[in-house]
Design a protein around this ligand. Structure first.
Ligand code: DUT
Ligand code: MG
Length: 151
């Protein structure tokens, strides 16, 4: 398994609030917890930035992490991410933050230590642009946005 440096910014991490860990051998995501002193009430439509109490340094440009909603929170409670998806750059060393958006019609209360989102490490290819006047032809060409129909 790949080793990623992690810094604990809040002493409760690793004790009161467990360090993110894969829940099962096949898990893709590591749940991130809201590192809060007290519960936070999110009004309908409200977005707020929540700390996780930890920082990572991926330190490898061929990797990144994405922060994704948890499906139960998103589907059952309408609690998703204010940025839809969070992208963690390999050179970011600050605290992992989660933008939580209550897109439901009811107040949602985030409890201290609650698992609010999940983080997935993903491979990245950095590309360099090669300037051309014309592309080699392809089957699709410029067709897009549904040009092939619906069925
Ligand atoms: O949900 C998120 C999204 C981003 N970040 C951190 C890590 C990431 O590397 C950095 C910058 O994110 P991004 O590039 O998406 O934001 P930006 O608005 O372009 O900010 P910047 O100008 O700092 O790149 O913020 C988080 O902690 N949580
Ligand atoms: Mg950026």
């Amino acid at each position: 398994m790949k080793k990623i440096d992690v810094k604990i910014l809040d002493p409760r991490i690793g004790h009161e609030f467990p360090l993110p860990a894969y829940a099962t051998p096949g898990s893709a995501g590591l749940d991130l917890r809201a590192c809060l002193d007290e519960a936070v009430e999110l009004a309908p439509g409200q977005t707020t930035l929540l700390p996780t109490g930890l920082a990572i340094h991926i330190a490898d440009a061929s990797l990144a992490a994405v922060i994704l909603p948890r499906s139960g929170l998103g589907h059952k409670h309408g609690v998703v991410l204010g940025n839809l998806v969070g992208l963690i750059d390999s050179d970011y060393q600050g605290q992992l933050m989660v933008s939580v958006w209550n897109r439901s019609q009811t107040v949602f209360t985030v409890e201290p230590g609650e698992r609010i989102a999940q983080m997935v490490f993903v491979p990245v290819v950095q590309a360099e642009f090669n300037l051309v006047e014309a592309f080699d032809s392809s089957e699709r060409g410029e067709g897009g946005f549904g040009h092939s129909g619906r069925q």
